[in-house]
Design a protein around this ligand. Sequence first.
Ligand code: CP
Length: 314
Amino acid sequence: MKRSTFLQDHLLGIEHLSVNDIELILETAESFVEISTRDIKKVPALKGKTVVNLFFEDSTRTRSSFEIAAKRLSADLINFNAPSSSLTKGESLKDTVLTLEAMNPHIIVLRHPSSGAAKYLTTFARSSIVNAGDGFHEHPTQALLDALTIKQKFKTLRGLKISIVGDILHSRVARSNILLHQKLGNKISLIGPPSLVPVEFEEMGTKIYYDIREGIKGSDIVMMLRVQKERGARNYFPSIREYRKFFEINRDIFSYAKNSAILMHPGPLNRDVEIETSLADSDKSVILQQVTNGIAVRMAVLYLLKGEIDEDVD
Ligand code: CP
């Protein structure tokens, strides 16, 4: 298996990946999907390597799937817990990272509320840095696991219409998905209130709609986004009641997409705000498959960064 030229060092965003890089990560992830179905879900690809999960924001899916991914590759893993660390005594991000690096880890997986935090670490850190979500900027492994889920459903990643609905403004998931599907030549519709879907996004090659039915018409994929209350999204529309009226997806609205369409959401869900519970739990939804695929994609990223290439997966 060839190593991506870009992935030799870091994964900071989809922005820096070529189509070949994306395809390599997804093909590698597909081989790890198989490993995750075995009784013994472990390979020695990262034996002797240490991964640090450095999360400055809450996470359920990303943190736990990076942990499972590292363990399935036989890496040693440290879960850094910000609230019980010396950050509370005023230690800076840089000193925290330098301190952890003095213990010689190989990969640091960073989630941070500031856009650009992962790139900042690369200016002084010796480890490979994986961006697990930085502010409004990017969440590359989310877009990659979404792409794997789409590929499993449609057997292709080309010629698709993708609608992304909701709080685009605050969404690193939206940015990474837009970048990825633009590189692959797919059509992208962005749907939401004008306050949460700035027209600048059209410069990224998307089409903006303020009417959800019109926007998702003929879509293969409807990707719902969470209203990010913790980033103040609640101040961008008059009331939850009004938001639901215009932008909550339900079975009736979803029927404007193709019959074969799938419903995605990166999680966590605001049930009955952006997504109606009965649709979220229906057979149209691939939300839990996205979570499952997070492990294989994160195994692929860790492996391509620091694995013994040509040994285990081939
Ligand atoms: N999708 C996502 O990043 O979820 P978590 O915040 O739970 O990791």
